[in-house]
Design a protein around this ligand. Structure first.
Ligand code: NDP
Length: 323
């Protein structure tokens, strides 16, 4: 089968389209023939070694497709079932072997396989951010950075579902339109305007209850300045680079602020939580209450281009690879 391998850390050019053996499922595992694989920013961190994995390895950790074979002792899933997953390495490939406890079944009548692949990682992230890390309540105000991105567009919609007022930040007018269509009440062009000043102006000087910040290095300080006293900064990524260590006294001076740095794996650690988040998303998609925008669809062999576009801030919504 074909797969995208990383033989050494580096730029998008290190993504190597190679022939590898089709993997065999062991006990408790299933082999999935992938209909689509999701591209995520974490793939960039792993390609560059920011999140180290010893090369060589097959990149990617999200996808959806059809179960083709199961290993010993597997009863809950059978060949022919449609399943999606996040957090299983090796999805930039035609087939992946996954532990069955990581697989979420879905009904292709209501959710297309490409859509299932597109929503798992970014959708469950938006879900835990709005439902668990800082469970938004009716009438609260949130600032969402990179609001037209993969996580961003879903985050705007879930924040609105919870009754919050959403202020998005984006880099271009085109992205501003998309953020608005995802429900953002206000959008700030943070490449042109001081977003902290704007967030304060929009909230009559009070500041927002929570900032969901995935941009990191470039936005962190001003994200703190956008908060009201006792507000929450949820730092969940570093698209512009990782945030350097901070002096905790700053949190005191700026109004008894909270900062957290969560990750998805800790929010889908049990089967119950995984199914709650994934099936909620599938239900909303099936009911047309959640729109997942696939902003770019690439052939598996074009994974390097998908990475260039993602890192170049050229993309909106989700990017997927089709094997
Ligand atoms: P996005 O689609 O959001 O793409 C990144 C966006 O970030 C860009 O489009 C751009 O939007 C913005 N950005 C701002 N500065 C930069 C920069 N210097 N370089 C590149 N992009 C920049 O990606 P994803 O939805 O895949 O991921 C968003 C973030 O969420 C990532 O940081 C990722 O690591 C994080 N994440 C964290 C998870 C967790 O559990 N902790 C899980 C999933 C994702 P604009 O042009 O509008 O500025």
């Amino acid at each position: 089968m074909k797969a995208i391998r990383v033989n050494e850390y580096g730029g998008p050019e290190v993504l190597s389209y190679e022939d590898v053996e089709i993997p065999e499922p062991g006990p408790g595992q299933a082999r999935v023939r992938l209909a689509a694989s999701g591209v995520n920013f974490i793939d960039v961190y792993q390609r560059t070694g920011v999140y180290p994995i010893d090369p060589p390895f097959t990149l990617g950790q999200e996808g959806a497709g059809e179960v083709e074979a199961v290993g010993e002792g597997v009863e809950e899933i059978s060949p022919g079932d449609h399943v999606a997953f996040a957090g299983v390495m090796g999805s930039y490939a035609e087939y992946v072997v996954a532990p069955v406890e990581k697989l979420v079944p879905f009904n292709v009548v209501y959710v297309e396989a490409r859509m299932a692949a597109a929503v798992m990682l970014q959708g469950m992230t938006a879900h835990y951010l709005t439902h668990s890390t800082f469970p938004l309540q009716e009438g609260q105000t949130t600032l969402v950075h990179a609001a037209a991105g993969g996580v961003g567009l879903i985050l705007c919609q879930l924040a609105k579902m919870r009754g919050a007022r959403v202020i998005g930040t984006v880099s271009t007018d085109e992205k501003a339109k998309l953020a608005k269509s995802a429900g953002a009440d206000e959008v700030i062009l943070y490449t042109e305007q001081d977003f902290a000043e704007e967030a304060r102006r929009i909230t009559d000087g009070e500041g927002v209850h929570v900032v969901y910040d995935s941009v990191g290095k470039d936005t962190f300080d001003k994200s703190l300045d956008s908060l009201r006293p006792r507000g929450y900064l949820v730092l969940f990524g570093g698209s512009s680079g990782q945030v350097p260590p901070i002096d905790l006294q700053v949190l005191n001076q700026k109004g008894s602020l909270f900062v957290t740095r969560p990750k998805l794996a800790d929010h889908v650690a049990t089967r119950e939580e995984l199914l709650w988040r994934a099936q909620s998303l599938f239900t909303w998609i099936g009911q047309n209450n959640l729109n997942v925008r696939v902003g770019g669809s690439y052939r598996l062999s074009e994974a390097d281009q998908a990475h260039r576009d993602l890192e170049g801030r050229k993309t909106t919504g989700k990017l997927i690879l089709i094997p």
